[in-house]
Design a protein around this ligand. Structure first.
Ligand code: PLP
Length: 376
C-alpha cells in the first residue's frame, strides 16, 4: 500500500527529544522552543515567532490579538481548511467568502475590494499548496481600507513571494507542523509569526493564559499577573525538540520534496499536452516548497474514477476542501460574495497525489505508472 502521506522522519528526532527529557524542563518555552523560534526569526526575518500547539491555535490567537468582535467581517476564500474560518467565528465574526483564481486555487485578489464593507476587519490569505497569494495587491488593499492581513501559511513554510518568506508579509502569519505538512513537531504543532511589532507584547500575553509571564521570565517585571484574555497556546518542549531535528535539515527536506514534485510534473506533462488533465501553475515571482502535487481532471466523475482506480492498485490519493460556503456551518456563519465561478467547480475535479519526505523513487514510479495506465 502506498499511503497518501507519511509523517516526515529525519533520524535525529529521538536524540533531541532525549536531550529535552534530560534538561529538566518539558513545558513550553524551553530550550528547544527558543532555538526553533530564533531559527525562524533569523531565517525568515520575522520580528517575533511563537511556537503553538497547532496552526488552528495560531489562527485563534490571531483572532484574539486583532480584537475580532461579534458582527465583524473577515474575508477569506471558501476553498480552505475549516480552521481558517472557525478561529474567527469563535470570536463572533461573520465570514465573507470570495472566489478563487483557477490557476493557483488561491483567493482571487481582484474580487476582495468588492467584498469590503464598514464591518470588515481582516483579510485572511491562504497560500494553497505553498504557492503564494498576490500579497502586494492584498497588502495595498488592506492599507487603503485600514484592515489587518493574516496569512494562513500552514502549507507555505519555506515558500517565498518576491523573495519574502510566506507568513512574514501580513501583520500575522500562521504555520502548521501537523504531520501532513512539510515539517512536523511530532504530529501536531504550529507557529504564530507576529510581523507587526505593535502586536508583539499582547501576543505573548494571550499565549500565556492572559498573563505577562513571558516578561517575568525575562526579568522585565518582578511578578506576573492576569492582564488580558488568553489561553494556553504553548508547544511542549518535547515537541519542539522533534521540530528542531527537522529544521536542522530544512533545506534537504525542501529539496527532496521539490525533486518529487518536479518528477511528477515531468512525467505527467504529456497528459496535460494531450488535454487529459491540468497540472499546477506557478508564477515566476514565487518559489514554492513542494508541499502538494495536485492534478485536475475534466470533471468530478473522472476524478472519482481515478481515485477508485488508484485505490484498487493500493495507492491512496485524496481530494479535499468541500468549499466552506456549501457546508452547514459555512452557511450559518458566512456568506459568499459575488459568484462562485471556480470554487465549487475546480475543487470537485481536483485530486492530490502521494508526496512526502520519506517517499522512495520506487514508490513514486509506481504511482506514475498506475496513473498513466488509467489514462491509457
Ligand atoms: C493544515 C492546515 C490548517 C490546520 O493546521 P493544524 O496545525 O492541523 O491546526 C489550517 N489551514 C490550512 C490551509 C491547512 O492546510
Amino acid at each position: 500500500m502506498i499511503p497518501f502521506n507519511s509523517p516526515p522522519i529525519v533520524g535525529s528526532e529521538l536524540d533531541y527529544m532525549q536531550q529535552a527529557m534530560g534538561s529538566g524542563k518539558l513545558c513550553g518555552d524551553g530550550g528547544f522552543t527558543r532555538r526553533c523560534q530564533q531559527w525562524f526569526e533569523k531565517n525568515f526575518h520575522s520580528p517575533k515567532v511563537l511556537l503553538t500547539p497547532s496552526c488552528t491555535a495560531s489562527l485563534e490567537m490571531a483572532a484574539i490579538l486583532l480584537n475580532i468582535q461579534a458582527g465583524d467581517e473577515v474575508i477569506m476564500p471558501s476553498y480552505t481548511f475549516v480552521s481558517t474560518a472557525n478561529a474567527f467565528v469563535l470570536r463572533g465574526a461573520h465570514i465573507v467568502f470570495v472566489d478563487i483564481r483557477p490557476d493557483t486555487m488561491n483567493m482571487d485578489e481582484t474580487l476582495i475590494e468588492a467584498a469590503i464593507t464598514d464591518k470588515t476587519r481582516a483579510i485572511v490569505a491562504v497560500h494553497y499548496a505553498g504557492v503564494a497569494c498576490e500579497m502586494d495587491v492584498i497588502m495595498q488593499l488592506a492599507e487603503k481600507h485600514h484592515l489587518y492581513v493574516v496569512e494562513d501559511a500552514a502549507q507555505g513554510v519555506m515558500s517565498t513571494y518576491k523573495g519574502r518568506a510566506l507568513g512574514t508579509i501580513g501583520h500575522i502569519g500562521c504555520f502548521s507542523f501537523h504531520e501532513t505538512k512539510n515539517y512536523t513537531a511530532g504530529g501536531e504543532g504550529g507557529a504564530t509569526l507576529i510581523n507587526d511589532p505593535a502586536l508583539v507584547e499582547r501576543a505573548e500575553i494571550i499565549r500565556e493564559k492572559g498573563t505577562n509571564r513571558s516578561q517575568f521570565f525575562r526579568g522585565q517585571v518582578d511578578k506576573y499577573t492576569w492582564r488580558d484574555i488568553g489561553s494556553s497556546y504553548l508547544m511542549s518542549d518535547l515537541q519542539a525538540a522533534y521540530l528542531w531535528a527537522q529544521l536542522q535539515v530544512a533545506q534537504e527536506i525542501n529539496q527532496h520534496r521539490l525533486g518529487l514534485w518536479k518528477q511528477y510534473q515531468r512525467a505527467l506533462q504529456p497528459l496535460q499536452d494531450g488535454g487529459y488533465l491540468l497540472l499546477p501553475t506557478l508564477a515566476p515571482h514565487c518559489t514554492h516548497n513542494g508541499h502538494m502535487f495536485y492534478i485536475r481532471l475534466p470533471n468530478v466523475e473522472t476524478r472519482d474514477a481515478l481515485i477508485s482506480y488508484m485505490k484498487e492498485a493500493e495507492i491512496l490519493t485524496v481530494f479535499h476542501y468541500i468549499p466552506l460556503h456549501s457546508s452547514p456551518a459555512g452557511q450559518n456563519f458566512g456568506r459568499f460574495c459575488g459568484q462562485d465561478i471556480y470554487t465549487s467547480q475546480e475543487s470537485s475535479r481536483l485530486v492530490r497525489l502521494p508526496l512526502f519526505y520519506n517517499m522512495s523513487d520506487v514508490m513514486q514510479k509506481t504511482v506514475i505508472t498506475t496513473l498513466l495506465s488509467f489514462f491509457a
